[in-house]
Design a protein around this ligand. Structure first.
Ligand SMILES: Nc1nc2c(c(=O)[nH]1)N[C@H]1C(S)=C(S)[C@@H](COP(=O)(O)OP(=O)(O)OC[C@H]3O[C@@H](n4cnc5c(=O)[nH]c(N)nc54)[C@H](O)[C@@H]3O)O[C@H]1N2
Ligand SMILES: Nc1nc2c(c(=O)[nH]1)N[C@H]1C(S)=C(S)[C@@H](COP(=O)(O)OP(=O)(O)OC[C@H]3O[C@@H](n4cnc5c(=O)[nH]c(N)nc54)[C@H](O)[C@@H]3O)O[C@H]1N2
Ligand code: SF4
Ligand SMILES: [Mo]
Length: 807
């Protein structure tokens, strides 16, 4: 909690009133609202912002409180537009004016468009996730028929969305953090909440104090594992095998909730013995076997009471062999049971390194907890076939009837849902056709299609509507390397990068530098900081930050709409991404769509008829920086799927995915061991190299922040004492970490807090922080056919084999 006495002391001593501000973080973390005080335009200090009606959630951590030091550091900032004069990567640039810079962008962009509009690409990632500055470049792409890239995928996180969407129809079915209090047991597969989803961690601590058992599976003794009742060290990338064995134990002990499964899951739905497809009626309805009538009947999408029960007794068969219209068939539950039967705790123990007795008791504890919650974020899915861990976790939750139930569920994070679990909506709120904000003018651009679909398209499964993606020219980011190099599926002649440190945060940096970038004629990077990516660009534009801009965000803890207005003066000649696009629009005949100042866009968005805005005074919201939505829920732990309505093809919790039958993955299984391309290196490179999202930084954003250098000033490689001793490495030694793709050098941190056979490093460092090399020289990008079929490949950043030696 904030200690405001420091501020009062400062102000009293100085005999002055400090100027208060409220602003919400834009980097890819938790959208915390922070507040602070300025003297003569300079920040004096920062503390947690006041969240209306939910003061217990006021939150700020060291990163947001310290980051402004970097934002005002002129040595770190890109101060002016800079045009490359030397070779790419040489760091040689000359200062040019904004006029010259925009002329150059317009010229190169127009040349690409004249050839093929799709050969002009706009790539955004997550450097600033406030609505306008995040999406302005993508919106420009839509205006001119250019290409954008679905955001998850090449740089991460899609596997988690895929797994959850497959099973629940929702990429992010997270329970509110307060709901931890309703759990008797909480099981974490990775998810280092204490460092990565910090505002939720206090509720975890409270639940623990109340007696909830917290179990964390992690190859590392993470900050979250350190506060758990039990840390279960697990071999990287193997959680799926463990969950399959847990399901095996649960089913063998008859602890699964058969009534729930029959009512709300695909378990009773019939599939053909011949080709694995769901049995459907002529009208396309799914079928199940009704044991009371001894006949097949339509099984409607599920719907239920949000009462924590398993629903009414059911007469659907969950096992058996039947025939429908001459087609031999069986319920999908038989497939799940058959698959998990292969996964004895002993077999899983060999793969996971967790002993069979621990797996067995974990399974029994979980099933008996009534209810138990699961957390699996993105760390445990940065593997080949990474979607399997969230798929299997969501299935396990359904198996015990915990889905859509207080204290249960399988969550991706615990941010605190705005109303109904839709934390990512910005132009609409799920369950409502009325746009949340007055976004029509911003939304509908180009040939009349909705830009609002872009956001949805980047998180949904590609397979559900490939046509919609193609017509919106949103390509799978998993194809961006191939596109640049081969022109397939779309050529890239012009690339505009914003809010992304592309080289630093994408896999296989040698490939990017040696093959991908050289194949692109002209690369522009807009960034506040002089990044590795900027060094390889032809033109660098100075972007201003969320501390300097007008903007809006709707995600994050609680049902709020957050407004940013400039807190500090623009550094150098920097401009917001929206302003940069507005300048560009004037040169390329798009000014009609870019006819507002940033402040005018903010005011337009807030002028909404949606019930969320009832009684809203725009000036007050702008002053206060936060609007508590009139339709928000403030006094209870929210959770999704209570109504048992699943937006899956069957309309039920769907562990059986028809599309994956040809891959032998129609029910959750553990595939990685057999076809993972990285396994060819298993003998040569015996160690798994994983990374983690460190407490001192959000990706590359917190470099050289003086206050944070108290925590760590350079990257370290965590290594188990046995692995270190076998290589003659002592704590603090410089080590060389290498594989066939590349190498880096840094100091070793020898610790029993990591499993044998794995080494780990916090991600987000740049080459200048290493003694030599960079972690991204060792990562790889192998497309995964199963993930491509269902959506797109998620970069398997943690599925990397290496060896180390004392340098
Ligand atoms: N090896 C490895 N690689 C990874 C990961 C990993 O665990 N291991 N994690 C992956 C994951 S999950 C993610 S989400 C990605 C994140 O990757 P990125 O989104 O690229 O990461 P950031 O460093 O947060 O931000 C990118 C850039 O945005 C810039 N920026 C900040 N504010 C603004 C602004 O207002 N305008 C503009 N134009 N730019 C701005 C920042 O200075 C920074 O250079 O990294 C992925 N890469
Ligand atoms: N401080 C901070 N917070 C962040 C970010 C950041 O960069 N810094 N980034 C944000 C973003 S974009 C994202 S995507 C999220 C990521 O949020 P998380 O998924 O919580 O982050 P990670 O650190 O990648 O992984 C979490 C834990 O998983 C462990 N792990 C790795 N492999 C495995 C495995 O195979 N099995 C299991 N059980 N555990 C494994 C790691 O050791 C780590 O402790 O964090 C967000 N919050
Ligand atoms: S948790 Fe993330 S958004 Fe919240 S204060 Fe910390 S760095 Fe900022
Ligand atoms: Mo991420």
């Amino acid at each position: 909690m904030a200690d405001t006495s420091a501020k009062d002391t400062v102000a009293a001593t100085q005999g002055e009133a400090l100027e208060k501000f409220t602003v919400t973080s834009g980097y890819n973390c938790c959208y915390c609202t922070i507040q602070g005080y300025k003297r003569d335009g300079s920040i004096v200090y920062i503390e947690p912002g006041e969240l209306p009606r939910m003061p217990e959630r006021n939150h700020a951590c060291q990163r947001c409180m310290a980051w402004w030091q970097r934002a005002v550091d002129e040595k770190e900032r890109v101060m002016y537009p800079m045009k490359r004069t030397g070779e790419r990567g040489s760091g040689q640039f000359e200062r040019i004016s904004w006029d010259e810079a925009i002329d150059l962008v317009a010229e190169k962009l127009s040349a690409a468009i004249a050839k093929d509009p799709r050969s002009a690409s706009f790539y955004i990632f997550t450097g600033n996730m406030c609505t306008f500055d995040w999406f302005a470049p993508a919106r420009m792409a839509h205006c001119i028929g250019a290409t954008t890239w679905a955001m998850e995928g090449i740089m991460g996180d899609h596997a988690t969305s895929v797994g959850f969407t497959m099973v629940t129809g929702n990429p992010d079915p997270g329970h509110d953090a307060l709901d931890f209090m309703n759990s008797n047991m909480i099981l974490f597969f990775g998810t280092n909440m204490v460092d990565t989803i910090v505002p939720s961690a206090r509720f975890l601590a409270r639940a623990k104090e109340k007696g909830t058992k917290l179990v964390v599976l992690d190859p590392r003794l993470s900050s979250t594992a350190a506060m758990a009742d039990q840390w279960i060290p697990i071999n990287p990338g193997t959680d799926t095998a463990l969950v399959l064995a847990m399901m095996n134990v649960i089913i063998k002990n008859d602890l699964h909730d058969k009534t729930w499964l029959a009512n709300y899951s695909c378990a009773p739905l019939l599939v053909s013995d011949v080709d694995g497809s769901y049995i459907r009626t002529k009208s396309g309805a799914y079928c199940a076997w009704d044991t009371s009538a001894n006949a097949a009947a339509e099984a409607a999408p599920s719907q239920g009471e949000d009462d924590g029960t398993s629903g009414p007794e059911s007469t659907w068969a969950l096992t058996g062999h039947f025939e429908v219209d001459g087609v031999p068939c069986h319920p999908t539950m038989d497939d799940l049971v058959a698959e998990v039967a292969k996964w004895t705790p002993e077999r899983a123990a060999e793969i996971t390194g967790v002993d069979a007795a621990t797996i067995e008791s974990l399974a029994l504890d979980y099933a008996k907890a009534q209810p138990a919650a699961i957390q699996t974020c993105t760390g445990s899915s940065r593997y080949y076939h990474g979607y399997e861990i969230s798929r299997v976790a969501a299935t396990l939750s359904g198996l015990c009837g915990y889905t859509g139930r207080a204290g249960g569920g399988a969550s991706r994070n615990n941010g605190g849902a705005p109303i109904d679990g839709a934390s990512l909506s910005f132009t609409g709120s799920s369950g409502s056709d009325v746009p949340l904000m007055n976004s029509a003018e911003w939304d509908v651009v180009g040939d009349g299609e909705s830009f609002g679909t872009f956001m949805g398209a980047t998180l949904a499964l590609y397979s559900t509507d490939p046509e919609a993606y193609r017509s919106a020219r949103v390509f799978k980011s998993s194809e961006i390397y191939d596109a640049a190099i081969t022109g397939d599926p779309v050529p890239i002649d012009f690339l505009y990068i914003a809010t992304a440190n592309f080289i630093n945060q994408s896999p296989d940096a040698h490939k990017v530098i040696d093959e991908v970038f050289p194949a692109i004629d002209f690369i522009v990077t807009a960034d506040p900081f002089n990044t590795w990516t900027a060094q390889y660009s032809d033109l660098v534009l100075p972007a201003s930050t969320w501390l300097e801009n007008w903007d809006i965000s709707t995600s994050g803890t609680g049902p709020y709409i957050r407004v940013n207005k400039p807190v500090i003066e623009r550094v150098g000649e920097s401009k917001s991404d929206t302003e940069i696009m507005t300048l560009l629009a004037k040169k390329i005949g798009q000014e009609a769509a870019w006819n507002k100042t940033d402040e005018e866009w903010v005011r337009t968005f807030l002028d909404s008829d949606h019930p969320a805005f009832e009684g809203c005074n725009i000036d007050d919201v702008i002053n206060e920086g936060i609007l508590a939505r009139a339709d928000g829920i403030y006094d209870r732990a929210t959770y999704p799927l209570g109504d048992k309505v699943f937006a899956t093809p069957t309309g039920r919790l769907e562990f059986y995915t028809e599309l994956l039958y040809p891959f032998g993955a129609h029910v959750p299984t553990y595939l990685r061991g057999e076809d993972n391309p990285e396994n060819q290196f298993a003998d040569k490179y015996p160690l798994m190299f994983i990374q983690y999202h460190d407490r001192a930084r959000v990706h590359t954003q917190h470099a050289k922040v003086k206050l944070l250098e108290v925590l760590e000033t350079e990257p370290h490689l965590h290594i188990n004492p046995d692995d270190a001793a076998a290589r003659g490495v002592a704590h603090g030694d410089v080590v060389r970490v290498f594989n066939d793709r590349g190498s880096f050098k840094c100091k070793a941190l020898v610790t029993p807090g990591i499993v044998k056979g794995a080494v780990a490093m916090g991600q987000g460092w740049e080459p200048r922080d290493f003694i030599e090399g960079h972690y991204q020289y060792l990562t790889h990008y192998a497309k995964n056919p199963v993930e491509e079929a269902i959506s797109m490949t998620n970069a398997a950043f943690y599925d990397v084999r290496v060896e180390i030696e004392k340098a």
